[in-house]
Design a protein around this ligand. Structure first.
Ligand SMILES: [Zn+2]
Length: 343
């Protein structure tokens, strides 16, 4: 059984008319799912706000106060992240949606989706990249406390590196954080090189694959199949959190990877299979995507992959410019990780 956690107020997470984060994308996503009749296969729950206690398991109290204050006056959290009036409540609502999604996985659902989530640039005491609270870490800490879990897996396929999540868990071997992203030398936030693999007890539990601009479907899926399944089976997670940002699409205005609609279907399908073969608990956070029309279609294809629904959206193939470079990066990553994982 699959569920979506949603709230109409998600659409108030709007950072302004000239900002790439388009406010009504969650509504557009839900409308498209209804139009495509996929929603009948899914149970919809209403999101409610994360509590201050939930946030404080991850965030520093001074950071929380800062967001609260900005939310009363309006202002800027970071140069790329305006803080409109009332944003604290809305950020609590989307974070609460992720927390409820995690909870539902322990009440019999095999997969739960939060369509506005995956705020991976927020660390414990600062944030940028359109993020306020790190809902990925909030749900992990909530589930750790409530169900005494010991092995959490994050697969973050957003085009941007998951720097906030990485910072929170860099020393922590209980959270395996795998991020595929466009090379930081060519895109915000600039981090996520192959050599960043965690530290102290956490060494080997951060995995970064930076991809060159121009990377297309074939090399992306090949890299996924080479790196991700072997590590997952060895780690044996108790929950999989999939940050499924679709700003990797070739039409996205913020980045330069060249994935097509059909790849999102294959990724959704593959990750659902990995979940079935391990913990059977998959939390999907839809993540970034700044061409709304393309994003909504890509999210739909992820859901089709998860549900194994064959009428997913297809488009013309796009040339994959960097096959050799990606192969070399993958070979290097395997070498760097060879002390920790077998391939
Ligand atoms: Zn992104």
């Amino acid at each position: 059984m699959i569920a979506i956690v949603y709230h109409e107020d998600y659409n108030k997470y709007d950072l302004g008319l000239s900002h790439p984060l388009i406010g009504d994308k969650p509504r557009q996503t839900m409308d498209f799912f209804k139009q495509k009749n996929i929603i009948k296969n899914v149970k919809v729950f209403e999101a409610s706000k994360a509590s201050e206690k939930d946030l404080l398991r991850v965030h520093n109290p001074r950071f929380l106060e800062r967001v609260k204050k900005l939310s009363q006056t309006g202002g800027m959290l970071a140069p790329d992240t305006p803080a409109p009036i009332g944003i604290y409540e809305i950020a609590c609502l989307v974070t609460g949606g992720t927390r409820i999604g995690g909870e539902k996985l322990f009440q019999g659902f095999k997969c739960v989706v939060n369509p506005l989530a995956g705020f991976h640039h927020a660390s414990s005491s600062f944030s940028s990249g359109f993020c306020f609270f790190n809902d990925v870490a909030v749900v992990i800490e909530y589930l750790r406390k409530k169900y005494h879990l010991e092995r959490f897996l994050i697969i973050d396929l957003d085009v941007h590196h998951a720097n906030g999540t990485q910072e929170i868990y860099y020393d922590d071997p209980s959270v395996l954080n795998i991020s595929f992203h466009q090379d930081g030398r060519t895109l915000y936030p600039g981090t996520g090189s192959l050599e960043e693999i965690g530290r102290y007890n956490g060494e080997g539990y951060t995995v970064n694959l930076p991809l060159p601009p121009g990377t297309g479907d074939k090399s992306y899926l090949k890299a996924f199949d080479t790196i991700i399944p072997p590590i997952i089976y060895q780690f044996n997670p108790q929950i999989i959190i999939y940050q499924s940002g679709v700003d990797t699409h070739h039409s996205d205005p913020l980045a330069s990877l060249l994935l097509t609609y059909q790849t999102y279907y294959h990724l959704g399908w593959r990750i659902m299979e990995l979940s079935k073969k391990t913990c059977n608990k998959l939390l999907v956070l839809f993540g970034g995507g700044y061409n709304s029309l393309a994003s909504v279609r890509s999210y739909y294809n992820i859901l089709c992959g998860i549900l194994k629904k064959s009428d997913y959206i297809k488009e013309k193939n796009v040339f994959d410019y960097e096959v050799e470079k990606v192969d070399n990066e993958v070979a290097l990553l395997k070498k760097i990780l060879s002390q920790h994982w077998m391939f």
